[in-house]
Design a protein around this ligand. Structure first.
Ligand SMILES: [Fe+2]
Length: 263
């Protein structure tokens, strides 16, 4: 649950419209390294983060990225407010204008629409945190590029603030990565995925899976009884086994092993 405050995280007050600049800055709304992707990345990843410090960081930063998205939208809006048709044409804004007028629509500077493929939620904290640190640096580079494109102090001020926050986020994800690594085997972080393997162990130990395991064991014993050589061959046995055998042949004719063994 979020509480909305009717103010921007940092003020945006732009006096002079500049649609050409808006077309570049909109990348930080819907582009590959933009604030929307950043927010969705962290707020999606937090569910499988196994450590509370990591969940807190992902939630904090994911929430702040929403506030950054709002600032970017305010910048783009103020740069495209009260445009004349001549300004639209002169600033190369006609392609965007024809589809969206002066509304905010998430796209990259080159026109590529926003896509969930701009971020990953991999379910391994080591992997996800490395992605997050790289993403923060990519966002920082994008802000550096924007800073080189303008000398308008009204735009530079909030853009510099956003750039600084990317560095802070990069450091926070770096600290989180260290916390996660401290809890794993320092000789091989990759041998164990705490977001998945703890759950797998819990499932193996849980009461509700016992019945399944017992059933599975019974079937395996029955298979050994009827097919001591474990070879795929037709033979007479009881009806249950015939059905069992027929089912396996349909799915796993190469080895003759029961499908259930692979689950
Ligand atoms: Fe960020």
């Amino acid at each position: 649950m979020w509480t909305y405050e009717k103010k921007l995280q940092y003020p945006v007050k732009i006096a002079c419209p500049n649609p050409a600049l808006a077309k570049a800055i909109i990348s930080q709304f819907g582009g590959p390294d933009g604030e929307l992707a950043a927010s969705m990345r962290y707020l999606s990843q937090r569910y499988t983060m196994p450590y509370k410090e990591g969940i807190a960081t992902l939630t904090d930063v994911g929430t702040e990225e929403l506030a950054h998205m709002e600032m970017i939208c305010a910048i783009v809006h103020q740069l495209t407010r009260d445009m004349t048709p001549e300004e639209i044409k002169r600033h190369g804004f006609a392609e965007y204008y024809v589809d969206h007028t002066a509304a905010l629509w998430p796209q990259a500077a080159g026109g590529t629409p926003f896509s969930a493929t701009f971020f990953q939620s991999k379910g391994d904290p080591i992997t996800d945190l490395h992605e997050n640190m790289a993403a923060e640096q990519k966002a920082r580079t994008t802000y550096d590029n924007i800073i080189r494109l303008t000398d308008d102090p009204d735009v530079l001020d909030p853009i510099r603030f956003l750039r600084e926050r990317e560095l802070v986020h990069f450091q926070r994800f770096g600290e989180t990565l260290r916390i996660v690594q401290d809890r794993l085997d320092s000789k091989n972080y990759y041998a164990f995925n705490p977001a998945f393997d703890y759950g797998k162990r819990r499932a193996e130990a849980s009461e509700c899976r016992k019945e399944y395991r017992q059933d599975n064991q019974k079937e395996q014993n029955k298979e050994k009884e009827c097919r001591p050589d474990h070879q795929m061959q037709m033979h007479s046995c009881d009806q249950t086994h015939t059905l069992y055998f027929g089912r396996n042949a349909a799915y796993d004719g190469n080895t003759g092993k029961p499908l259930r063994n692979y689950r």
